[in-house]
Design a protein around this ligand. Structure first.
Ligand code: 5GP
Ligand code: ZN
Length: 135
């Protein structure tokens, strides 16, 4: 994709701080890190989000994730990590090339999670039924 910023990073026309690369994936530091060592892991084949990514890449992806988590622990002193992907503009996705955030964690208080709300069991049953019926 000619106008995709992450495709340009893959091609090398936009620089990045690379932390891992193979034939299928590239991982580099997020330019605006949530914590020290915040990484983005991206497939080299352009897709807009992980619903469009080749699912066969999943095993390789998780091998890379685990490798980078270990590196964050060993190299940066991380105690844990958050792994996530924003899918669609309402989720906060800003770059429409599949990417996974790997955010090393050092302290439980350094980032706040999304707010949580109460949900009744009756409401949970209805929601679960809708999800099951739509698969
Ligand atoms: P999203 O909100 O789409 O899930 O996250 C996109 C991420 O890409 C953001 O955390 C943002 O800081 C990062 N980002 C955007 N442009 C660049 C760039 O040119 N280089 C790097 N390294 N990260 C970028
Ligand atoms: Zn792209």
């Amino acid at each position: 994709m000619t106008d995709c910023i992450f495709c340009k990073i893959i091609q090398g026309s936009i620089p990045c701080e690379k932390v891992y690369e193979d034939d299928q994936f590239l991982a580099f530091l997020d330019i605006k890190p949530a914590t020290k060592g915040h990484m983005l892991i991206i497939p080299k084949d352009h897709s807009v989000d992980c619903t469009q990514m080749d699912p066969e890449l999943g095993a390789s992806f998780f091998r890379i994730v685990n490798r980078l988590i270990e590196a964050a622990k060993k190299g940066l002193g991380a105690k844990g990590c958050n792994l996530g992907s924003n899918i669609g503009a309402p989720s906060g996705q800003e770059v429409f090339h599949t990417h996974f955030h790997l955010i090393p964690r050092y302290d439980a208080n350094e980032l706040s999670h999304w707010p949580r709300q109460e949900s009744s069991q009756a409401e949970q049953v209805i929601i679960a039924e809708k999800i099951i019926a739509s698969q």
